[in-house]
Design a protein. Structure first.
Length: 263
């Protein structure tokens, strides 16, 4: 049996209200997905944390996008408790979730992955084992930086066309059916006209991932120039009051800076 838990009682109220330790004590497979490294620490450690109750030989499937170093450190503590941690972030959005097309990147022991494969397949159809623990969240960070960079480039193309005299709707239609139209561009293209009432992935969360990418880039000596510029544009968006808006608000941030009508 597997159990999923949340960091706060409010988040968990529709499903359960028990503490992480109590959950871990009564299951052989634990799933977690929290907002950042600090939140992961909060659910993992302390008297009510998972580490205090995890069963011997249990598998902990950690789905958060957090620091790879923190993931590896936690995996070592889980191993010391006699259990196994897999990092297994998902790639997708509200659209791909509705379509049943979420995909998993998984890091850790292959045998442990086989034990939880059925659970993962119940969520999404694609599972890729990328290597040792910590590499799946690294891959997720590498994926997410591309989402924000693509959104900014898409926005630049639309605004350049618009200020040249091409209607915004025409520019969006052309670009979203062109060779640069990734799935993300296609399902966020309408956000240049109107943002969703509830963000799919807000600026705060996206900037957290960009900062994780920049940290990895420094550690690995990989220049990330477009990530750095996009990160600064996310800072500008937050400064304009868009912190809780979907990161597609990068378009509206750049539009304002271009002197064009927007939100």
């Amino acid at each position: 049996m597997g159990v999923c838990f949340f960091r706060t009682a409010a988040s968990a109220s529709r499903l359960m209200s028990t503490k992480p330790r109590a959950v871990a004590e009564r299951t052989d497979v634990v799933f977690s997905m929290v907002s950042n490294t600090e939140a992961l620490d909060a659910i993992a450690r302390g008297p009510d944390g998972v580490l205090g109750g995890i069963r011997t030989s249990a598998v902990w499937v950690e789905m958060s996008t957090v620091s790879p170093a923190a993931t590896r450190a936690l995996a070592a503590e889980v191993a010391a408790a006699g259990a196994i941690l897999l990092d297994a972030p998902v790639s997708g959005s509200a659209v791909t979730l509705d379509q049943g097309q979420l995909s998993f990147m998984v890091g850790g022991e292959a045998a442990a992955l086989e034990r939880v494969r059925a659970y993962l397949l119940a969520i999404g159809p694609t599972i890729t084992h990328v290597g040792p623990v910590g590499l799946a969240v690294t891959m997720k960070i590498a994926t997410n930086l591309g989402l924000a960079v693509q959104m900014l480039a898409f926005s630049e193309g639309i605004l350049l066309a618009e200020k040249s005299g091409i209607p915004r709707a025409t520019a969006v239609d052309v670009l979203s059916h062109s060779v640069i139209a990734s799935p993300m561009v296609q399902y966020r293209s309408n956000m240049v006209f109107e943002l969703p009432a509830e963000a799919w992935f807000d600026c705060n969360m996206m900037q957290k991932d960009m900062l994780l990418a920049l940290e990895l880039g420094r550690q690995l000596e990989v220049p990330l120039p477009t990530t750095a510029v996009t990160n600064e544009m996310l800072t500008a968006a937050r400064g304009m009051g868009y912190a809780k808006e979907d990161f597609a608000v990068l378009f509206h941030t750049l539009a304002k800076m271009s002197g064009l009508k927007t939100l």
